[in-house]
Design a protein around this ligand. Sequence first.
Ligand code: RI2
Length: 345
Amino acid sequence: MCANKREYRYRKPRREHISLPKDASRIAEDIRTMRIRGAGRIASSAVEALRIVARNSPAEDAERFVSQMSDAARFLLQTRPTAVSLPNGIRYVMHRVNQAKPKATSAAELKLVAIEAADDFVELTRTAVERIGEIGAKRIREGDVVLTHCNSGAVISVMTTAWREGKRFEVYATETRPRFQGHITARALAHVGIPVTLILDDAVRYFMQDVDTVLVGADAITANGALVNKVGTSMVALAAHEVDVKVFVAAESYKFSPETMIGELVEIEERDPSEIISRKKLNQLGRVVVRNPSFDVTPPEFIDLIITERGIIPPLGAMLILQEVFGVLTPEELREYQTYRIDEN
Ligand code: RI2
């Protein structure tokens, strides 16, 4: 949630230029341009990039190694601002490296710590999505009509698990302008045989009366249980609320934002207007401003359940997950976290 209007305006993201191994910088570029997308995949790919940096580091002493890793971490954090899984994944690795640093006698020792932490995080993302599938599948009933927005790996996991368990249901998938991630969802569901109907984002309220459950993914969950997800999600939830349709969110615990525990806001990414309209067409319109926020905020009142790999919680239980996963942030931990943030001003 971002209260500052100025932050909603599109600005070209500031980029620090550092030299990374080729494969790591390709991952960073793919995240930025959304060839790699989906909050979970963004996080595991960024951590994979950190692992590549660690493996290729020529550093001979621990100090130099940590400084190279921190530079890479900062660089990767600039790629997409909203998905909180990205800083959480990076912090997962860097926290272990920083903790091991005082006792480390060589860069090689820290390299192993970094690689192991990255391996653990990537494995965690895999098992979390699988477990969410198992838990969430129990909330899909025979004959249900489920509506989803955008494309979420966690949502696909729930649906495909329920389908493989023998439940028969159908799905409405919104096309999700401007980047049409709904096509990815529709293709994935059709591939396993789930009946899927692709609809216009604008047709959500028209179809809502046929829907039993809304199921969406998450880019971030705040301490008060609000959901930050693909723009349009809050309108879907509003339409569901109107006719008393339940709204479920599938979100791994690393999508919960520890910073919101101490009052920080989740920045809403605003992408280039050319995703909505070509420069040429825009010029033909005359003096028109185009805004392209990628995400919006759904308040906790419009959410019935959040399905995490640790179990199902009501939105107001977000704080429990945050405290279980991150504890209460000490000033030192907060400083360490903010080390990797870029000052936007
Ligand atoms: P998983 C996506 O954002 C969508 O908003 C989706 O709901 C969310 O990430 C979570 O996706 P984008 O990357 O982590 O398409 O569940 O902008 O795959």
